[in-house]
Design a protein around this ligand. Structure first.
Ligand code: F6R
Length: 619
């Protein structure tokens, strides 16, 4: 939440920072701002409420020229989205400016202290205390040493924070720091220029050489490189790693929205997810970076999955896969609840996080708790430079490529496929699945990306989904029903509809309907059922009958050639036939497309849904 960008080099800084913010807008879009050190040596600040386009317009009207700048796109925590609350925040009459991602938990006490020192606050934000604290120490104690003043100021803060500071007296440097789980801070190495940003998409157009700041670390950037320190002043050596993504991966290309692009990329992303992990000759799964030997896998007693939102729903599918294939008990916990319920965790357990961003604060906190209890930790993670990826004992990289649409899509399907690989890996180590069953699943996995591609190509050709959106898009409530491994897909489908089209949708285990929710069904509440022809198909058929008997419309995710379901349901969202355990990967895709089309039909902002932001780095 919130995106920060900094640039120092020989080029005009404002357009680079604005472009960086554009690539980070998924992290917050209620206001934005930048501070540029201009040619006269003055800090020029521009801030505007609303989307980044408003700030760009302001900068067009009142241009600022300079080669060092910081910028911010905000997701409000303290104070409403107003111009005065937008970052950067300045202190010392324009001496220095600060952008922050995070929360100053003790900001009331610090604000009182600073007011006592004579500082006048112009915003409601917690960030303004950082600007004034840096200024206070800059004047008293640090004697004009910006790095020391920043270090002292940060030592007074409680809570996670990522900050970048620019100062009029130091036109040759940017000072940055990370405290706690404050979302990423990535440093980009250019030719005669350096950049810093909350996430890779802002850096990818300029450089592929990246280093990351960890908790309690600082960076001092000049045009020619960066020096790193711990927060207590010890020098650090950091090597830049080479980014795997290219600049095209962070652009929308021919698509209208990032979400649309990411939905239609799923065939490719699943091919990448499987690449190098299946050994066809031996019929084995390889997960080298998981760092878990067969012996360790054999002695594990339990897997606890921790995740939030869409990643949590992927975890629920994972429970089915791991328990079915590896016969190993699995518990799935909301990461945001895990550490607050004194979980029973011990060294015989693996705590497996699922996180696209690798920076979700609750998931990182759950991993901390697991480590504290002595458990082994692993993460299924997309951003391999993220905190989760770096802190776990092992990882499975999703290989989905950058996910920028706020509503997660391709990371879900990549996570489910990774969970399947994990389940197979555990099963082979524990001798829990017979050869024929394993072969069947491996063969189905290999065919899966092609089937996803076919499903998507068909969906793209016609206007089936647009027509469904026109027919059902005006309803205010939806029920999504699934059973067994399809129940998490009902939850995920309902979440997609809620978050981008603002229609109330509830996911429910189909068998629980008659225990209460059936009371909701009438002509105004369509029900979406996930009903592929599998071992529980007949049960879903009777569910559909029950809905129809009460006058409710039914949309069914079903096999394309299922004549019975075609007759029963008002509309079919077709999927190809695959192995029962892989069906969730196919059945979720029509629900993503439906949610997307309904949002378009209702005129909603698909990539920037209200109140949401990607990478939830605040509790
Ligand atoms: C929903 C969505 C969120 C994320 C959740 C976890 O579309 O994107 O629910 O899934 O915030 O994010 P990660 O996976 O980055 O930890």
């Amino acid at each position: 939440m919130c995106g920060i960008v900094g640039y120092i080099g020989a080029r005009a800084a404002a357009p680079i920072v604005l472009d960086g913010l554009r690539h980070l807008e998924y992290r917050g879009y209620d206001s934005a701002g930048l501070a540029v050190l201009d040619r006269a040596g003055e800090l020029q600040v521009r801030r505007e409420v609303g989307k980044l386009a408003n700030l760009s317009r302001l900068v067009d009207e009142a241009p600022v020229e300079g080669q060092i700048a910081i910028g911010h796109t905000r997701w409000a925590t303290h104070g409403p989205p107003t111009q005065l609350n937008a970052h950067p925040h300045v202190s010392g009459g324009g001496l220095l400016a600060v952008v922050q991602n995070g929360i100053v938990e003790n900001y009331h006490a610090l604000r009182e202290r600073l007011i006592g020192e004579g500082y006048v606050f112009t915003s409601d934000t917690d960030t303004e205390v950082i600007a004034h604290l840096v200024h206070l120490y800059y004047q008293n104690g640090s004697q004009g040493d910006l790095v020391d003043a920043t270090r002292r100021a940060l030592s007074d803060l409680r809570g996670p924070s990522a900050v970048v500071v620019v100062c009029r007296d130091h036109p040759d440097k940017l000072v940055a720091a990370r405290l706690g789980n404050a979302g990423g801070v990535a440093v980009g190495y250019g030719e005669g220029e350096m950049l810093i940003a909350s996430d890779i998409p802002a850096l990818a157009p300029h450089t592929r050489r990246i280093a990351y700041l960890d908790d309690q670390q600082m960076a001092v950037l000049t045009a020619n490189g960066a020096d790193y320190f711990t927060l207590d002043g010890q020098p650090l050596v950091k090597d830049a790693s080479l980014l795997e993504w290219d600049a095209d991966a962070v652009d929308r290309g021919e698509f209208r929205h990032f979400m649309q692009k990411e939905i239609f990329e799923q065939g490719r992303s699943l091919t990448d997810t499987l690449r190098g992990r299946l050994d066809f000759v031996g019929g084995q799964v390889r997960l080298d970076s998981l760092n878990l030997s067969a012996e360790q896998a054999r002695t594990l007693e339990k897997v606890t999955i921790v995740a939030c939102g869409t990643s949590y729903y992927a975890g629920l599918v994972g429970k089915f896969l791991i328990e079915r294939l590896a016969r190993l008990p699995v518990e799935v916990d909301y990461a945001s609840e895990f550490r607050y319920r004194q979980p029973i965790v011990n060294p015989q357990q693996l705590v497996l996080a699922i996180t696209q961003s690798g920076e979700t604060v609750d998931t990182l906190a759950a991993l901390d708790e697991a480590r504290r209890c002595g458990a082994r930790t692993a993460a299924i993670v997309n951003a391999t430079g993220s905190q989760a990826a770096r802190l776990c004992d092992g990882i499975i990289a999703m290989q989905a490529g950058p996910e920028i649409g706020v509503a997660s899509t391709k990371a879900f399907t990549a996570s489910v496929v990774d969970l399947c690989l994990f389940a197979l890996y555990m099963a082979q180590a524990r001798g829990a699945v017979d050869e024929t069953a394993r072969r069947e699943l491996l063969d189905a996995l290999v065919r899966l990306p092609g089937q996803v591609g076919e499903l998507l190509a068909e969906a793209r050709q016609g206007d089936h989904y647009a027509r469904l959106a026109a027919r059902f898009g005006e309803f205010s409530n939806f029920l999504y029903l699934g059973r067994g491994i399809h129940y998490p897909i009902a939850l995920e489908g309902a979440l997609k509809l809620k978050e981008i089209s603002y229609i109330h949708a509830e996911g429910y285990p189909a068998g629980e309907m008659k225990h209460g929710p059936i009371a909701l069904i009438d002509g105004q509440t369509p029900t979406l059922v996930i009903a592929p022809r599998d071992s529980i198909y007949e049960k879903m058929v009777s569910q559909v009958e029950q809905v129809r008997a009460r006058g409710g419309a039914v949309l069914a995710v079903a096999h394309a050639e299922d004549a019975q379901m075609r007759q029963l349901a008002d509309a079919i969202l077709p999927i190809p036939v695959t192995h029962e355990l892989l069906t969730p990967v196919l059945s979720v895709i029509p629900l993503q497309i439906l949610a997307y089309e309904v949002a378009l039909h209702r005129g909603a902002d698909v990539d920037q849904p209200r109140n949401l932001a990607k990478s939830v780095t605040v509790e």
